[in-house]
Ligand binder design. Structure first.
Ligand SMILES: [Zn+2]
Length: 80
């Protein structure tokens, strides 16, 4: 992953498929959930506030303890 690709990316996603997505501004290359590498994702089709809200709504109904947690549901905006 080059610096250029990181800057163009809209967000970072866990390369191991655990479902973790973090903001592009996330400082680090390791998944905060499982510790595997994050990969840059360029998604020109979305990423607006409505998409975030939908993601949070889905997480709120998730059985995953991390996702249903009040804090970690908004982990994209937590300081890394
Ligand atoms: Zn992960």
């Amino acid at each position: 992953m080059t610096v250029t690709e990181t800057r163009r990316a809209t967000h970072l996603r866990c390369s191991e498929g655990c479902g973790t997505v973090v903001a592009r501004e996330y400082r680090g290359y390791a998944c905060p959930t499982c510790g595997n590498l994050l990969e840059a994702v360029n998604d020109p089709g979305g990423g607006g506030p409505e998409d975030w809200k939908q993601t949070w709504r889905q997480r709120r109904s998730s059985n995953h303890s991390l996702d249903s947690s009040g804090v970690w549901r908004f982990r994209e905006f937590l300081p890394a």
